[in-house]
Design a protein around this ligand. Structure first.
Ligand code: SF4
Length: 164
């Protein structure tokens, strides 16, 4: 059985980021996985109804797990509290992954939704901190292995180990 992978839509070249840009990483491996029909391309924020463009949002002094457990908030740089939108984005990512039978996710790092190695600290000053976004956190909690866009090699090894 092949392991299917939920992949951030912006990594696949879709211009769905807050500023209308993409973060395309169409490395050979991703092209191969796409040809093998392993990839489930998804943007949680778009699925939750957030527009393009949209104001940047950050998790305030916490991480995605705290947000999903109602211990922290996500705000836009305008000050608007968008916590519920991002919680919905996380649940929709999980539902999409589960319905498609994904065992892993390859997500864009740094995002308050998709980040897995780092996020921003909530000060909108470009300050990074280690931590996860809401979707990454929820996927892991439900047994889906999460890899960041800098961990394609690790994901390759993970899949080979499971399939060989
Ligand atoms: S929510 Fe994820 S897939 Fe959508 S733009 Fe942000 S990082 Fe990319």
């Amino acid at each position: 059985m092949i392991n299917k992978i939920l992949v951030s839509a912006c990594l696949m070249g879709f211009k769905v980021r807050y500023n209308g840009s993409e973060k395309a990483q169409m490395v050979a491996q991703l092209v191969r996985w796409q040809q093998e029909q392993r990839l489930v391309i998804h943007c949680p924020e778009l699925a939750a109804g957030l527009p393009i463009p949209r104001p940047p949002a950050e998790i305030v002094s916490a991480d995605g797990k705290d947000v999903m457990q109602e211990r922290a908030r996500i705000i836009e740089d305008t000050g608007r509290d968008v916590t519920e939108h991002y919680q919905l984005a996380a649940w929709l990512a999980l539902r999409t992954a589960q319905e498609a039978g994904c065992t892993a996710a390859l997500l864009t790092d740094g995002s308050p939704t998709c980040g897995s190695q780092f996020i921003y600290d909530g000060s909108f000053s470009g300050q990074r901190k280690s931590g996860m976004g809401v979707a990454a956190s929820l996927l892991i909690e439900h047994g889906i292995a999460v890899f960041s866009d800098t961990q394609v090699a690790e994901l390759v090894a993970w899949i080979e180990e499971r399939e060989n």
